[in-house]
Write a protein that binds this ligand. Structure first.
Ligand SMILES: C[S@@+](CC[C@H](N)C(=O)[O-])C[C@H]1O[C@@H](n2cnc3c(N)ncnc32)[C@H](O)[C@@H]1O
Length: 229
């Protein structure tokens, strides 16, 4: 018997200059799979991160970008269409998610995006062999508190290898008890909040107010000195 073909629905996104100073415009189509797993849909965090990337499109040209937990990969696809060299990744143990990454690239005519399996917290050959990175993306990767440290272990490994890189991540506030502050301190990382009010997921979405963004970087010797002096 042949394996059942996944049931797919296409979600369309348009990006334009909100200030209307240019006529620049981008249209992206993302295939969503009708399956109850997390990596099959575009989450509100992905829309906010993708809209933020669009505002930074001039900075993205020729940058080396890796997306973690990409799922259907809206942010990574937008970064690639803005001229970045993109690598998409998702859990190495869920081939369906990696298939989604590939399908999103195919639908948007992106033939030079690389897709790899990267499981958070695991130092695998694929992780170690990554090229130099400028920006790491992660939308809605902080959603299971038990995985927070694994995400940050991977991020800390990559930021130590690429000290001038930044981790751009959007997250949804699902509980007031959740915090990564202690973990950032443990892995010698620091973060700044980015204002993304102009990058709302969807005017009608009840989730849009709870999406936030931060940029995480590695703490330098200088940062340590400033804190301890
Ligand atoms: C909430 S979904 C977000 C998907 C996508 N970034 C978005 O915002 O639309 C979380 C993603 O993280 C991936 N993921 C979960 N656990 C993971 C792990 N241990 N290592 C790598 N990826 C993982 C899932 O497969 C899924 O694609």
């Amino acid at each position: 018997m042949e394996p059942r073909k996944p049931s797919i629905a296409f979600k369309e996104f348009t990006f334009e200059d909100v200030k209307k100073t240019t006529a620049e415009f981008l249209s992206v189509s993302i295939p969503e799979v009708l399956d109850p797993q997390y990596g099959m849909y575009v989450w509100p965090c992905a829309v906010v991160l993708a809209r933020y990337l669009w505002t930074q499109r001039e900075e993205l040209t020729h940058k080396s970008v890796l997306e973690l937990g990409a799922g259907v990969s809206l942010p990574g696809v937008v970064a690639a269409l803005c001229g970045a060299q993109v690598i998409l990744s998702d859990n190495a143990r869920i081939p369906l998610c990696l298939e989604n990454c590939r399908r999103s690239c195919e639908v948007n005519g992106l033939s030079d995006v690389v897709v790899i399996g990267l499981t958070w917290g695991e130092i695998s050959p694929d992780l170690v062999l990554l090229p130099k990175l400028d920006i790491i993306l992660g939308s809605d990767v902080f959603y299971e508190p038990q995985d927070f440290e694994d995400v940050l272990v991977t991020v800390a490994f990559l930021l130590r290898k690429n000290p001038s890189a930044q981790f751009w991540t959007t997250y949804q506030e699902r509980s007031a008890d959740w915090s990564i502050e202690v973990l950032l301190h443990r892995w010698q990382l620091q973060c700044v909040e980015v204002h993304v009010e102009d990058c709302a997921a969807d005017e009608c979405s009840p989730d849009r107010h709870s999406v936030h963004m931060m940029m995480i970087t590695v703490k330098t010797q200088e940062d340590h000195r400033t804190v301890t002096s």
